[in-house]
Design a binder for this molecule. Structure first.
Ligand SMILES: O=c1ccn([C@@H]2O[C@H](COP(=O)(O)OP(=O)(O)O)[C@@H](O)[C@H]2O)c(=O)[nH]1
Ligand SMILES: O=C(O)[C@@H](COP(=O)(O)O)O[C@H]1O[C@H](CO)[C@@H](O)[C@H](O)[C@H]1O
Length: 260
């Protein structure tokens, strides 16, 4: 890798002050000197009411705040943050609640894009087992809903271990070509768009071992599952935008006007 390559890590964060306190020291501050490329970090505060903004700034991250007029949502935050970040060759995204996502993980996610021009997306692949080797209560939306539904409509994507993981490296030129879906639909939307444009060979998996992160209860997971199901059905042309929107409070496919 080389120092002329610019990489921007974009972290959507809604009330993540405690997550960021654990995560940001992994690659900002003293650890920043070791990057094999030019790395900048953008934290996108999504209507946070805690100290997310102050904590991110205290580590030297570039902070953008989703404007009041935009709805909350992971897709909204990523959409806004990616476009408000400094120009980079490669963008990496990660969730703010990961406890042991490090500079090494960023380097490993970027590597397939550096090695092969035809790779557009490199995505984290995590174990379903915990450190003791037991099947863990993890990837619940993935295993119970997303992979079975992908197996029906996009079988090649069902073979991915962690098709919803938020830890992804993306080539900048690809981001200019795609639309963003709102809320938790964004991860599945980006994945399927990449696949439809570049095929399975455009996507590489990077084994990052065990993922340690906060686990939501079934109420939030059920909302997540619905949004991811919408994304898969919509991209499979099995459901229309009108059908989705009558069941939602905000747009499913994000309006580029949000970026102006
Ligand atoms: O309305 C939201 C919901 C989530 N997120 C961020 O999106 C990432 C993933 O969300 P979450 O942790 O809820 O998903 P999980 O990984 O638990 O499925 C986190 O950094 C959140 O702070 C956000 O910016 N806005
Ligand atoms: O992988 C999954 O099934 C869900 C829930 O994860 P856990 O069961 O709490 O490990 O989490 C992912 O899906 C979300 C919706 O697409 C993404 O936003 C998260 O980044 C991802 O961790």
């Amino acid at each position: 890798m080389n120092r002329h390559l610019s990489v921007t890590l974009v972290i959507p964060a809604r009330n993540e002050e405690s997550g960021l306190l654990a995560l940001l020291p992994n690659f900002l501050g003293d650890n920043a000197v070791d990057t094999p490329f030019d790395l900048s970090v953008t934290v996108v505060s999504d209507h946070s009411t805690d100290r997310t903004v102050e904590v991110a700034k205290s580590f030297g991250a570039y902070v953008v705040e989703v404007p009041e007029f935009m709805p909350c949502g992971k897709g909204e935050a990523l959409h806004f943050g990616l476009h408000r970040s400094y120009n980079a060759d490669i963008y990496v995204t990660c969730d703010a609640d990961l406890t042991d996502f490090t500079l090494d993980h960023i380097v490993r996610l970027v590597e397939p894009l550096v090695r092969d021009e035809d790779t557009v997306m490199a995505r984290a692949s995590y174990s379903y087992q915990d450190e003791s080797g037991e099947d863990a209560s993890t990837h619940r939306v993935t295993r119970l809903m997303a992979r079975p539904l992908l197996a029906i409509f996009f079988p090649e994507l069902a073979a991915l271990q962690s098709p919803l993981a938020g830890e992804v490296a993306l080539r900048a030129r690809f981001l200019k070509e795609i639309s963003f879906l709102s809320g938790y639909a964004v991860d599945a939307g980006l994945l399927i768009d990449t696949y439809l444009s570049y095929g399975i060979d455009g996507i590489k998996q990077v084994d990052l071992g065990v993922k340690n992160h906060r686990h939501h209860g079934l109420d939030i997971l059920s909302l997540q599952a619905r949004e991811v199901a919408y994304a898969i059905l919509y991209k499979a042309n099995r459901i229309s935008l009108a059908e989705i929107e009558k069941d939602r409070e905000f747009p499913f496919e994000l309006d580029p006007e949000y970026l102006n």
